[in-house]
Design a protein around this ligand. Structure first.
Ligand SMILES: NC(=O)C1=CN([C@@H]2O[C@H](COP(=O)(O)OP(=O)(O)OC[C@H]3O[C@@H](n4cnc5c(N)ncnc54)[C@H](OP(=O)(O)O)[C@@H]3O)[C@@H](O)[C@H]2O)C=CC1
Ligand SMILES: N[C@@H](CC=O)C(=O)O
Length: 353
């Protein structure tokens, strides 16, 4: 049995779902993969708890349910300590980053991920902010960087995994990097923001924009700051990560043309349906000359398009390639559990290295 020591930074919708999965999947992980997970540290906005022999996920879930900070845990809790300081104090194998997105500074996630990789810890992210702002820097600290004479073999570097960042459990990155091996991707179309997909489909059915957004927040799918969803920045972050990791085009958020859904009306959505079309918030990577032009904007697609057929709870990606044809994947997710499951699959990917 191989034990992986984890530091979970962020105990909100995703972090708590991960704790629940740690409990529900423990025996399967042991039986099928010979893997045990031990939580040696966890952090939230109030501080952290550090306990080398392992924190109990159920105790933390109960504490968060009561609205308390992890720092309130007797013996192991420390008020006011930042995740980046925790990294320096612990011996852990894998950082799990699930704090809120900040697209101005990337913090606190960016410094935490940097510090973890520099200490030789693997990093698994659900938070897109650090990658949307600093993909190349983080890749170069990890096995996602290019092989050069100076860096040597990337496999000798700590792993950086982020499958949860690009559409919950939708295997966007794995398909693009692994399953399309040997092919050239010529175009990517995707719906990668579940909150706006839910809002647009609910508005088609007569719900108000405000009610539809409130429902996505209640389910824990909207960002901590939901303007990132409705103004298109969450989708743009995901497209930025895809462009770097799959299309291998060095990209930052500034390279994406972004328009959100805030000026769409029920009338617009219903008029599209009357024309035999459906409006989605489309992420598009379109090859123009040698480069991909990247955009996020409300787009009318014919109803037979795979992304127009999706329900309110679905996200999807369509890869157009030269030799592997057109590959489409969709995911149906009603809460953050599949995102936490994507973090678990990244851990297992690291375990299989
Ligand atoms: N929700 C989803 O379905 C998905 C979310 N993601 C990404 O996962 C991340 C987390 O999302 P979600 O769980 O919904 O967000 P929440 O707002 O529910 O939770 C955020 C967590 O981070 C903690 N936190 C906030 N600031 C700090 C800080 N400075 N230091 C340490 N901890 C801090 C919060 O602490 P406290 O508990 O004290 O408030 C909370 O525990 C985001 O980056 C999001 O983009 C990715 C895919 C899907
Ligand atoms: N707010 C995001 C959560 C996952 O990244 C979304 O709605 O898709």
């Amino acid at each position: 049995m191989r034990t992986y020591r984890l530091f979970l930074s962020g105990l909100g919708n995703v972090g708590r779902s991960f704790l629940a999965i740690m409990q529900s999947q423990a025996s399967l992980l042991a039986r099928r993969y010979g893997v045990a997970l031990r939580l040696v540290a966890a952090a939230d906005s109030g501080g952290a708890a550090i306990y080398a022999t392992g924190l109990d996920p159920a105790t933390i879930l109960a504490l968060k349910q009561r609205g308390q900070s992890i720092a309130a845990l007797p013996e192991s809790g420390i008020f006011g300590i930042a995740p980046v300081e925790v990294i320096q104090r612990i011996e852990a194998d894998i950082l799990l980053e699930a704090t809120p997105v900040n697209l101005k500074t990337g913090q606190p996630g960016l410094d935490t991920v940097r510090a973890a990789l520099r200490r030789g810890m693997h990093a698994v992210l659900a938070n897109k902010g650090p990658l949307a702002l600093a993909y190349t820097e983080l890749a170069d600290l990890s096995d996602m960087g290019e092989a050069t004479e100076e860096r040597g073999d990337p496999r000798d570097w700590p792993a950086l995994r982020f499958s949860a960042c690009v559409g919950g459990a939708l295997p966007t990155i794995a398909i693009g990097r692994r399953d399309l091996a040997g092919a050239t991707i010529v175009r990517v179309e995707a719906v990668l923001n579940g909150t706006t997909q839910g809002i647009l489909r609910a508005m088609e059915q007569g719900s108000s924009y405000a009610d539809a957004l409130a429902e996505m927040q209640r389910r824990g799918l909207a960002e901590t700051d939901p303007s990132l969803d409705v103004e298109g920045w969450d989708a743009a972050s995901k497209l930025t990560i895809l462009a770097n990791a799959v299309l291998r085009q060095p990209t930052t958020l500034a390279d994406v043309a972004v328009r959100g859904i805030t000026d769409l009306t029920t009338g617009d959505l219903r008029a599209a349906l009357d024309r035999g079309e459906r409006i989605v918030l489309l992420c598009l990577a379109e090859r123009r000359g040698g480069d991909f032009h990247l955009s996020v904007q409300p787009t009318s697609l014919p109803l037979i398009h795979p992304l127009a057929r999706m329900s309110a709870d679905e996200m999807g990606v369509v890869y157009y390639t030269d030799i592997t044809g057109r590959q489409t994947a969709t995911t149906l997710e009603t809460d953050p559990t599949p995102t936490a499951a994507a973090m678990l699959r990244d851990i297992l990917d690291i375990a299989a290295r």
